[in-house]
Design a protein around this ligand. Structure first.
Ligand SMILES: *[C@@H]1O[C@H](CO)[C@@H](O)[C@H](O)[C@H]1NC(C)=O
Ligand SMILES: *[C@@H]1O[C@H](CO)[C@@H](O)[C@H](O)[C@H]1NC(C)=O
Ligand SMILES: *[C@@H]1O[C@H](CO)[C@@H](O)[C@H](O)[C@H]1NC(C)=O
Ligand SMILES: *[C@@H]1O[C@H](CO)[C@@H](O)[C@H](O)[C@H]1NC(C)=O
Ligand SMILES: *[C@@H]1O[C@H](CO)[C@@H](O)[C@H](O)[C@H]1NC(C)=O
Ligand SMILES: *[C@@H]1O[C@H](CO)[C@@H](O)[C@H](O)[C@H]1NC(C)=O
Ligand SMILES: *[C@@H]1O[C@H](CO)[C@@H](O)[C@H](O)[C@H]1NC(C)=O
Ligand SMILES: *[C@@H]1O[C@H](CO)[C@@H](O)[C@H](O)[C@H]1NC(C)=O
Length: 797
């Protein structure tokens, strides 16, 4: 089944690649262009081993000519690099590619103007040559030397060749990233790019307009990218070079004779493909993001995306492509336009679109009924669609991200109904069409009847009673009944704790699964919104995150049902009076596991999730002392209430990053700060805000930072361990903690970096002493705070 789907997808993708079978006949078989020589018309360079060809080409039926590199041994020609992608020439025979007079540049000119130049800054010489290498790299170098002063590998377009680098090198001022083609016939830069994270994290981002991220590979762990476990099956070996000024990936294929690459196609997906000579086809092994509809804005406004049959983008009823030409070439990003414009005089109506995943970024309003929501939308001419489910969601002007879901798929939590505004005349179908529809309906009716009977049977068969865990074990969230939860928790009698967002109770399901039930306080979201958010949280699985099993939403009651984690929270193991003391190795593993869990939330989920409340109370330990982060996703779930909840939070002052106080934007680096504070507590076994026994007040994190700088880390270690710790790990952990609590978020590492540093893969310098801490301590601010319980709103700096 999987293979069939793979083949099917590969077939769908075929037209996306550029094929033109009548390849230009090479007039010269040379691989080198010297000064005084030129390429024009059908003349080409061919690399020594015959793998690549360089010259003019014209994609599809475009009659526009570009200079590029394609695979010589691939019968369906595939262009993998383009020089003048933004400026085609109209007549290849009248254009010329040659080395400039001074020998420093490769230049393309038509009969009148210079069209393109390599812009290389070289010590120009008259012995410069351009050589097409067998790796697909076109290089400019001195005939007698080996120094390359320009190469096409430094300016990739949509293909990533084996051996080429993807990433930046600040010293040599190169930033190599992949940019999609505009459409199948237009190699000019499209909206999608794949580039290495600019702030030094070793992962690749997929971006629209180089700003909005729609996918990430996850952090490189030395062997695979964490979000791409499929990589284990791919025979390419990746290599990362990371340093202060450089950060790039390259890869190789073990079998040098195989023809393979990563290609960013114009629909925003990267495809790992290999040429299969016997069948004369590119075989796709993997494409990312996995769901093509996850590519943001792939289908523009007023169109829907569906990934289960072609075509993937469709204009909604009453709309047609804004540009038919682009649409037919596979570029749907401009979306659709109304066939009949709205009159906005109260005569407009709505068409109901069922089984959809609602578009992104609605505006939400309070409304008591569908009618009320509809009339609110109708009364505002900029409202183009609404959805109602306990609250009224409206879209103004346009919308992106509408997905059509297959009915009865396991996505039913995401299913919604959208009411799309149309002009009155669009709501009435023309007569002939109506008649045809009637005929069609009657002939299909029988079939539908049978199909639905079968589906109902299948549905029943699969859909076990909602109460139990087996479904959750398969990755689905269980919608629990309130009365079942009440029974399982013996009417909420065994309280495990009181978190910032509600109390947690222990319960036992009839199948004897032990659960922890959180009674959420202050959720005012509508039912549908709540279900959507919860199902997003439910999709997050990581060994270091507490697993959400299900939820209950019953009127005002909102419950979350989690796995029960037996050993309780880290604070009791660290600071409690329990006889059992965590040894060094356990502490290090707790620190590492927590960092991995956080890195996952920050970097590997589809949307970055900030935790915002990292502290030992929110780290739970299982029987094997494996740490699991609790309470993540709350910021999402309680978006309205969240700031209120945070600002009234008690006792967590010590973990809040300075940006919470200064009111600047909160990024995942705020979690890094809290993590650093917690790491110090894990090392020292004491609360950072505690007073020292001798009564002389020294704020512990500050003191620790000073000691780290003095390279005296042993005194930071929990005295209960009596010095029994791995010295290198201790020193590493202390340094990391101090890096994490830097004042400036840009100075702090990312969680991905923290993981690598804890693993010892990545090294770091000596952390400076955080100045804000110094200042706060000098002002006596921290000492007064530590005397009280440290309520947040007393912290007005
Ligand atoms: C292209 O240029 C060549 C040489 O200048 C000329 O002979 C030919 O007619 C031109 N073709 C077109 C379509 O203009
Ligand atoms: C070369 O420089 C010119 C002028 O600065 C610029 O317009 C052009 O885009 C550059 N070409 C490349 C390939 O960077
Ligand atoms: C160009 O090459 C010739 C030899 O082919 C050499 O004599 C001459 O000095 C060179 N000119 C420059 C400007 O380097
Ligand atoms: C990308 O940029 C173009 C041009 O500025 C703009 O029209 C388009 O809406 C942007 N796309 C997204 C998804 O932001
Ligand atoms: C990887 O290599 C193995 C053994 O060399 C081979 O069986 C397998 O087909 C290769 N996979 C791919 C995707 O090339
Ligand atoms: C379509 O999307 C769903 C949900 O994201 C996913 O499970 C499924 O694998 C996708 N199908 C294809 C053919 O990509
Ligand atoms: C909804 O109903 C409540 C009580 O029935 C009323 O107080 C409130 O004003 C209504 N809301 C709107 C937006 O009409
Ligand atoms: C219509 O809705 C938009 C977006 O919410 C709002 O800015 C605008 O003021 C509204 N217009 C009217 C007439 O209410």
């Amino acid at each position: 089944m999987a293979i069939i789907r793979l083949l099917f997808t590969a077939l769908l993708l075929l037209p996306f690649f550029l094929f033109f079978s009548s390849g230009a006949k090479p007039q010269t078989a040379a691989d080198t262009l010297s000064r005084g020589q030129s390429l024009s018309g059908e003349q080409t360079l061919v690399s020594k081993g015959g793998s690549f060809e360089f010259g003019f080409f014209s994609p599809g039926n475009s009659h526009k000519y570009y200079v590029g590199i394609w695979y010589k041994k691939v019968s369906k020609q595939t262009v993998a690099w383009v020089a003048n992608r933004e400026k085609p020439v109209s007549n290849a025979s009248a254009s010329e590619l040659k080395l400039s007079e001074d020998g420093g540049n490769l230049v393309l000119a038509d009969s009148k103007n210079q069209i393109w130049s390599s812009n290389s800054t070289s010590t120009a010489s008259n012995s410069t040559i351009a050589v097409l290498l067998d790796s697909g790299n076109l290089v400019l170098k001195d005939e007698f030397g080996s120094h390359i002063f320009w190469q096409s590998f430094d300016h990739p377009t949509n293909a990533w060749f084996p051996g080429a680098k993807l990433g930046y090198d600040k010293l040599n001022k190169v930033d190599r990233l992949l940019t999609s083609w505009r459409n199948s016939e237009d190699p000019s830069a499209g909206p999608y790019s794949v580039e290495i994270s600019p702030n030094g994290i070793t992962q690749l981002y997929f971006l629209v307009n180089r700003t909005r991220q729609y996918f990430t590979t996850g952090v490189w762990d030395g062997r695979i990218f964490s979000a791409i476990p499929e990589m284990r099956a791919i025979n390419s070996t990746f290599d990362l070079v990371a340093g202060k000024n450089v950060n790039y990936f390259s890869y190789n294929v073990p079998d040098a004779s195989s023809i393979a690459n990563y290609m960013l196609d114009f629909t925003g997906r990267i495809i790992w493909q290999q040429w299969d000579p016997p069948t004369e086809k590119w075989v796709m092994y993997c494409s990312l993001p996995r769901d093509p509809c996850d590519v943001y804005a792939l289908c523009g406004s007023f169109s829907s995306c569906r990934n289960y049959s072609s075509p993937s983008c469709e204009c909604l009823q009453g709309f047609e492509p804004l540009s038919m030409e682009e649409w037919n070439l596979g570029d749907h990003t401009r979306g659709c336009a109304r066939k009949t414009s709205l009159r906005c005089d109260g005569n407009d109506g709505f068409v109901k679109l069922s089984d959809v995943q609602l578009p992104a970024n609605p505006e939400s309003l309070a409304a008591n009924s569908t009618e009320e929501c509809e009339s609110t939308c109708l009364n505002n001419c900029s409202c183009v669609a609404y959805a109602y489910d306990t609250e009224c969601l409206m879209w103004n002007g346009g919308f992106l991200g509408l997905k059509k879901l297959p009915v009865g798929s396991n996505n039913d939590e995401m299913l919604g109904v959208l009411y799309l505004r149309l002009a009155a005349s669009e709501l009435v179908r023309p007569k002939s069409e109506k008649a045809r529809t009637v005929a069609l309906i009657s002939s299909v009716a029988g079939l539908v009847l049978i199909t639905s009977l079968v589906s109902v049977l299948i549905w029943r068969f699969w859909r076990k009673p909602a109460f139990g865990v087996p479904e959750a074990a398969r990755g689905f969230l269980v919608p629990f009944d309130y009365k079942d939860i009440k029974r399982a928790t013996k009417d909420f009698s065994e309280k495990l704790g009181q978190g910032s967002f509600g109390a947690v109770f222990k319960g036992i399901l009839p199948d004897s699964t032990v659960i922890a039930v959180k009674k959420l306080e202050g959720v005012r979201q509508g039912e549908k919104q709540f279900r959507m958010e919860v199902s997003t949280i439910g999709m997050i699985h990581h060994v270091n995150l507490v697993r959400l099993l299900g939820f209950c939403s019953n009127g005002d009651r909102r419950l979350l049902v989690y796995d029960y984690i037996p050993r309780g929270s880290l604070d009791s193991c660290l600071f409690g009076s329990s006889s059992e003391i965590l040894n060094w190795n356990q502490r290090y593993q707790v620190a590492l596991g927590t960092a991995r869990g956080l890195a996952y939330l920050h970097e590997k989920c589809r949307e970055c999730i900030m935790h915002c409340d990292i502290k030992p109370e929110n780290i739970l330990l299982d029987m094997n002392m494996c740490p699991k982060i609790a309470d993540f996703g709350m910021a999402k779930l309680l978006s309205h209430e969240f700031s209120r909840v945070l600002t009234s939070m008690r006792g967590t002052f010590g973990y809040l990053a300075p940006e919470w106080l200064t009111g600047s934007a909160i990024t995942p680096k705020a979690d890094v700060y809290s993590y650093g504070m917690m790491l110090l507590e894990i090392i020292s076994g004491r609360r950072n805000t505690d007073r020292t026994e001798d009564g002389v007040f020294v704020y512990f994190p500050l003191w620790a930072a000073i000691k780290v700088n003095e390279r005296d880390v042993l005194c930071i270690l929990d005295q209960k361990l009596e010095g029994d710790a791995n010295a290198e790990e201790l020193s590493r952990a202390c340094k990391i903690a101090c890096w994490c609590i830097q004042d400036q978020e840009t100075s702090r590492p990312t969680m991905g970096h923290v993981v690598h540093q804890l693993e010892g893969v990545l090294d770091m310098g000596m952390p400076p002493i955080p100045r804000l801490l110094q200042k706060l301590a000098a002002d006596g601010f921290i000492s007064t705070l530590s005397e009280s319980t440290g309520e947040f709103y007393s912290a007005q700096v």
